[in-house]
Design a protein around this ligand. Structure first.
Ligand code: PHE
Length: 484
């Protein structure tokens, strides 16, 4: 730069002048020299306009107003109606806005017919717009070279054009910089990267190291990563494994007997109806061991020998055989107890469950639950609460509280909340399985049980306000979600 002290240098000039091939060197040395007060960095921001997704379509197929206008012009005046446009293949979502656009160009509606006073003027305005769109079809164009009115018109329409700002830099010497004598300059080799080779050699002794600049702009690398939901499941799995639990699994398709009757959910319970549960027609029935059907009938009707009075009424075994998509993962844990009634166990399961929910910001018909039990002689409520507290602390939420709640299958029952940004959020249910549940399964011990929805937890951890964001295939958004 000292060869022409008053010049403003562009990137290319500096690259070729210094014999470099990577702009990082120019940016880095420019920054360092500017910090020393020797160089000024001049930044110029220029806006470039390019076609958006809709713009590319419009270039290929013609702007909406162009296509509609073309169609109208080809029809005899008496047939220029909205209905006729539908017949010609325009969809409602096109014809409506298209006519709107044409109205602002001079088209009007007269008792159902679309009429234009000055057809030439409409055609002309449309061709100006079409030309504007074509002028962008070869790539971005500087906004300065474009008609402002057209730019602001198309910015008001969705997806047609995009504006990108590009910063171009140039470098010039400051007074202090230009008054430096070339002979005062000293060439110092600085080490930018510490490599094993460097460490093995002696060259690092006495060498100068380039300081890191953590503020310098750098591209964010985009690579593959697990889906955030999968990453969360993996983290929860690790926490439970660390706490000494083993993992169990189960099928999505279950009988109502195992999903509900085993859990002492009365056959008349509203959650069992078609509005809440997905019953299957194929298969419509699933075999359930007669041994359990007998025991559940007795327990539901009069309590059998559990000490309970039961729900009364008469138990319908066919109701138990109905097949459904499991509505909670609690079905996995009760089946585990039935298969291992005399073996103490601490198990958890993570899986999908299905409920007939209307999709909204916080509900999906298909979501995940995490479920667990401690089945052993000394199991107790304090043990359950401590376990949940330990789990949530390990997940990063040390403030946990429980409140009394009700589930047909636990007594006592609690609702588990965690403190998040000063607010208590309800995350799941827990309790000790009632004897009406455990006795038919052949167990003599109390069972600590809990279950919670995973998407709720994911929304908190990922800071989402809409549960659907987790499952939309929006790679851009997914890639920006925090790594768990
Ligand atoms: N099954 C309950 C639910 O779906 C949660 C729960 C599991 C409650 C175990 C108590 C014991 O919300």
């Amino acid at each position: 730069m000292l060869s022409e002290p008053s010049r403003n240098w562009t990137l290319d000039e500096l690259l070729s002048g210094a014999g470099w091939d990577d702009q990082v060197h120019v940016a880095g040395s420019g920054m360092a020299l500017s910090e020393l007060g020797l160089v000024t960095i001049n930044e110029e921001i220029e806006a470039f306009v390019s076609l958006g997704e809709e713009g590319v379509n419009a270039h290929r197929e013609g702007l909406l107003e162009f296509r509609i206008w073309n169609c109208l012009s080809s029809l005899p005046e008496s047939e220029r109606t909205m209905d006729r446009l539908f017949e010609e293949g325009f969809e409602r979502h096109e014809a409506g806005p298209g006519i709107g656009l044409l109205k602002s160009l001079g088209l009007s509606i007269d008792s159902g017919r679309l009429v234009a006073e000055d057809e030439t003027s409409i055609s002309k305005q449309i061709s100006v717009r079409s030309e504007f769109i074509s002028s962008l079809s070869e790539g971005p164009v500087s906004k300065l070279k474009l008609d402002d009115e057209m730019v602001s018109h198309f910015l008001g329409r969705k997806g047609l054009i995009l504006i990108n700002e590009e910063t171009s830099r140039s470098w010039s010497l400051t007074d202090a910089g230009s008054s430096i004598e070339p002979s005062e300059l000293e060439h110092v080799e600085m080490i930018g990267e510490v490599t094993p080779e460097l460490l093995q050699s002696e060259n690092w002794r006495g060498a100068k190291f380039k300081p890191f600049d953590v503020n310098s702009p750098a591209p964010i690398p985009m690579g593959g990563r697990p889906h955030p939901m999968q990453a969360l499941i993996e983290r929860i799995r690790q926490v439970f494994l660390e706490m000494g639990f083993s993992e169990i699994e189960g099928d999505f398709v279950q009988s109502a007997g195992w999903n509900m009757d085993a859990l002492y959910i009365p056959q008349s319970h509203p959650a069992r109806t078609m509005q809440d549960t997905f019953y299957l027609s194929e298969p419509s029935q699933i075999d359930v061991d007669e041994h359990y059907l007998d025991l559940w009938s007795k327990v539901h009707e009069h309590g059998h020998d559990t000490g309970s009075k039961g729900w009364g009424g008469s138990f319908d075994k066919d109701e138990s055989r109905k097949s459904l998509l499991r509505t909670h993962t609690t079905v996995n844990t009760v089946r585990h107890i039935a298969e291992n009634p005399d073996e103490p166990s601490r198990v958890f399961g993570i899986g999908r469950v299905f409920r007939q929910e209307t999709i909204d910001r916080t509900h999906l018909p298909e979501f995940h639950q995490i479920e667990g039990i401690i089945h052993e002689e000394e199991a107790s409520l304090p043990m359950l609460i401590t376990t949940l507290k330990t789990f949530y602390s390990k997940m990063g939420y040390p403030d946990v509280r429980v409140r009394p709640a009700y589930f047909p299958y636990t007594e006592p029952s609690v609702e588990v909340d965690i403190l998040w940004r000063g607010q208590w959020l309800e995350l799941g249910g827990a309790g000790i399985f009632r004897p009406e549940v455990t006795e038919p399964l052949g167990s003599e011990w109390p069972v600590c049980a809990w279950g919670m929805g995973l998407e709720r937890l994911a929304m908190i951890i990922l800071d989402l306000d809409d549960i659907r964001q987790l499952y939309q295939p929006d790679l851009e958004r997914l890639s920006r979600m925090p790594i768990l």
